[in-house]
Structure formats: structure tokens, C-alpha cells
Ligand binder design. Sequence first.
Ligand SMILES: Cc1ncc(COP(=O)(O)O)c(C=O)c1O
Length: 412
Amino acid sequence: MQNAYLETDVRSAELWERARAVMPGGNSRTTVFTTPHPTYIASASGATVTDVDGNARLDFVNNYTSLIHGHAHPRIIEAVARQLSLGTAMSFPTEAEVRLAELLVQRVESLELLRFTNSGTEAVMMAVQAARAYTGRPRIARFEGCYHGAYVDHEQGDLLLPFNDADATEQSITQYAAELAAVIVDPLPHRPGFVDPVPGFLQRVREVTRKHGVLLISDEIISFRVDHGGAQQRFGYRADLTTLGKIIGGGFPVGAFGGRAEVMAVFDPTRTSGPSVAHGGTFNANPVTMVAGYEAMAMLPPPEYNRLATLGQRVREGLADLLETRDIPWQVAGQASLFKLHPHPRPVSDFRSSQPTAAEQHAMEQFYQAMFSEGIVLTPELAGCTSTPMTDVEADALIAAADRAFTRVGHL
Ligand SMILES: Cc1ncc(COP(=O)(O)O)c(C=O)c1O
């Protein structure tokens, strides 16, 4: 039985019943709903999460890639504990904000100035507002099926482009340039399953946007973890604006957006002329997030990215070998510390080609539950990432569990 874990999920089932009485479907975060009910977590440490029924599992989701150092890292706990007694949120800026901003500006070449928010969603919203104010144009273009937070996804009237199709993308941008404030791109789009950008694609998008005065926003809220200088360093392009989140908060709510100084100047309260955008936020740059984020980023020198990537490669290769040995027509995607199983053998180059059939979707759900029963947490879409507390032991445990999970699920 692939969902054997449900037999021990007694307290979780009870908590979900209580939750249903006070939240729609018992839920505050669409992403973490699983059927028949979510598993509630009591504690988490390093690479392990333990649920309220006492089951411990290896966590390869890491709060959707945000916990690059796993859970409850001692150095982050220490910094946060120190800050707690110094105050958690004041109506004043703190040095902690300046330190994290300095660190990020040093790492990402195109980041001249930046601002903090409380989520990636807000970072994208503000980058979009900056682009509209700076260019005086209304529309935003994004790539079909890519996720940029709970806001842009729902915006009406945005222009959809086909990822990895440089000719069609260039044509649409050229056609609508007069109305376009910005093109936003997730360079290693996670919603379609960490699709590799084909060589030269991002550069073509950069060229055509520059040519028409359209700003390029690099949404690296997940993909910032692929390199010390982020996705722009790994893939070799320079955006006008960049949005960040997840790992830069050290496990606390965060977002940031920034880029060219003359664009970011729309937020400068000392400026006396030119377009201006107000950007408040009661908890923006709160010192708890700032100190946690600083410690997290400071613990990531270039060799640590290499180690995370080597571990990611071990997982990807191990899974690919397993698929081959078992003759399962699935494939493995991802780069650096990120990985994902696609439940079909068709080439994946964009959102449409990534989509599973209903039967493949069903097989993916069964495998997810089987892995959960085997003590491994992946996303329901079978994506995951490595974190710094992990070693070959955890990577190999995932592969061994996948082997058993395929047996549980049966013929694929
Ligand atoms: C590329 C991208 N942009 C934006 C967001 C939204 O970030 P948040 O969930 O912090 O609002 C996400 C979240 O997964 C993301 O992956």
C-alpha cells in the first residue's frame, strides 16, 4: 500500500478536523494541502521533520527550497535568540538590514540597490510596480505556466510568452514593446519542473528587452540557490531587476527586490523629481529575519554551493540509474541543488511539454505517497533540493527509499 503512512497519522487527522472548523478546507497555504489531509509537524531539525504522531522523515522539500541549511541550524538559532531579546520589530531601521543588503549587493553583480519585503510575492509585486513607474508602460510579460507568487499569476491582461522559444518570444516582445514595462523570467522555471533554459535563450530575451526599453526582471526566488551569485551568474546574463526570497531569510518570512540604481530610485524618499512609488510594510526588514538571513548567507561561500550541487547530482544520477534499471519511462530534471522527477519520457522544454497526462499524474501521486511512507518528503510534484546538513548518507537514503517506493507502487 503506497499510503501506509496514514495508519499512523492519527493526531494529524484530528488536527485537520479542528482546522476545518476554522479555516476553509483547514488550510492557509494551498501549496501544503495534501489528500486526504496534511500531516502536521511537531518539530524539525537538520534534515529531519517529525510529525505530531512521532514519525520522523528526511525532508527534501525544506519549506519549498527556502531552508538551505535545513531546520533549526544552531548558528541561525543563536543569532535569532540574541535578536529576540533586543527587539523583534521596531518602527526604525536597524544595522541588521544594512548588513544583509550589503552582503547581497556584493554577491549579485546587477544588484546596485535593493529593498526588503516579507515574501517573494511582495517582492515581485514591487518589482512590477517599479518597472511600471520607471517606464510609464502598463503591461507585464511572463512565460506561460511559470509561477511568480500569489499576485502576478492572477493578474489579468499580462502577455504570455513561450519559454525556450526565442523567436516567438522576440516577436511578441517586439510587437507589444510600446505597452510593455517588463518581462519577468524564472530562469530555471520550477512550476514546469526545473526546465533548463536552452543555451542562448536568456541572452536573446535580454537583448530584445534592452533594444525596446523593456525591463528584464529575473525572478530568482528559488533559483538564487544555484550559485553564489545566483542564476544570472550561472546562466550569464544581467537583469535590470532581480527578485529574491526563500534562502535569504534564513528560514524566516522574506523577500527582496532590487537592481539598477536609476530604476530603484523610484522608491527613494529623498528624491524630489521623477516617478515615485511608496512601499510600506509593517514587518519589512524586521531584524529577526535580517539576522537569520545574514547568518544563512554568510555560511554559503562558493565551495558550499559546489558541495550542495555535488549532492544534488548524486540524487539526480541515483534516481536516473534506478529508472533505467527498473525500466521506468520517467526522467530526472534539475540543476545544482535542485531535482525533480517527471513522470513521463517526453522531452521537456516548457510548461506545455512538461504536463503529465491524467494517468501520469496519478502515478506521481502514488509515488509521492509511497515515498512519504518510506520516510522521505518530496513535493507532491516530486521535486526536492539538498540542504547543507545533508551528506551522501541522506542522498543514498533517498535513492534506496525510491527503490522500495517503486516496488510499493507496482507497475508504472
Ligand atoms: C519563482 C517564484 N517567484 C515567486 C514566489 C513567491 O514567493 P513567496 O511564496 O515567498 O510569496 C515563488 C514561491 O515559490 C517562486 O518560486
